[in-house]
Design a protein. Structure first.
Length: 284
């Protein structure tokens, strides 16, 4: 993430013209996914409204730490209005992303989020919790790689951070995004929106994830758009399974409970680290 915005593009019409090889973004279509479950995501919304979790009952209280919620591809901030209001109810400050819809190059989105986080950190000295849905989780993960000293925790909701294995419907949306971004930005990179993209925000994720940032991957075997197997580490301490559709992860009460618990755990860990550092400073 070096701010070189004009160098970005996607594997769309313009990219294929500018790249003789015509390399396609490496992604696997998962045709076996239960796409029909996505039509029931409204049921999960109703369940949230009827759940005590939504009203903050039994939830660990926050310490006014800042939280940034990152929408997925073509999702708007309105999709996460309930989550942001809920975060405020349980004691956190929900920051704005500064974008109406996530339909931009992931590198540019990451740069904008990093600017918001840096401003918050400089003003209040507080690390920021990141929550990202689907592609938003991948962008948030790239930000955590870039500036771990400013990140309190990372929670990904149905984010394929191991490999792009998605429903054909999502693949079509990615192809549309490729064409949209590449045509508008006049660039010939062929692997935008994939792990083969040469941008700094993607290449940095090929290293080891920062050990100082608590990371949680929330996944569901009922996900109808992204293969759940590429949304988990294989580590029970970092992986949490819920019963939800992909779209329903935005307002599933199980997900909200996991978020509240993981934010509280990260807060306690941060407090213990500060106490340890203060003791070490006093002793020295």
């Amino acid at each position: 993430m070096n701010g070189a915005y004009p160098d970005w593009a996607c594997n769309g019409k313009y990219a294929r013209k500018g790249n003789a090889s015509g390399t396609k973004t490496r992604k696997k279509n998962a045709t076996h996914l239960p796409v029909w479950r996505e039509g029931l995501s409204w049921v999960e919304y109703l369940q949230l409204k009827m759940s005590p979790v939504y009203y903050g009952f039994g939830m660990p209280r926050g310490d006014n730490s800042p939280v940034l919620v990152v929408p997925g591809l073509f999702e708007t901030n309105l999709c996460f209005l309930e989550m942001r209001l809920w975060l405020r109810r349980i004691g956190y400050r929900a920051l704005g992303t500064g974008m109406w819809v996530n339909a931009e190059c992931p590198e540019i989105v990451g740069e904008r989020l990093l600017a918001i986080i840096s401003k918050e950190y400089a003003a209040h000295g507080r690390k920021v919790h990141l929550i990202g849905h689907s592609l938003g989780g991948l962008v948030a993960r790239g930000v955590a790689y870039h500036s771990p000293e400013k990140i309190a925790s990372l929670t990904m909701l149905g984010s394929p951070f191991r490999e792009v294995r998605i429903s054909p419907f999502v693949a079509c949306a990615l192809d549309f995004a490729h064409d949209f971004v590449s045509t508008r930005r006049h660039c010939a990179h062929a692997n935008c929106f994939s792990f083969d993209c040469p941008c700094p925000g993607v290449t940095i994720m090929k290293g080891r994830f920062p050990a100082t940032v608590p990371e949680t991957a929330v996944y569901s075997k009922n996900d109808g758009l992204v293969d759940w197997r590429v949304c988990m580490h294989g580590d029970p301490k970092r992986d949490v399974e819920v019963h939800s559709s992909h779209l329903g992860l935005r307002w599933n009460p199980e997900v909200y409970r996991v978020i509240a618990e993981r934010l509280a755990m990260a807060g306690e860990q941060s407090k213990s680290q500060r106490k340890r550092r203060s003791k070490e400073s006093a002793s020295s």
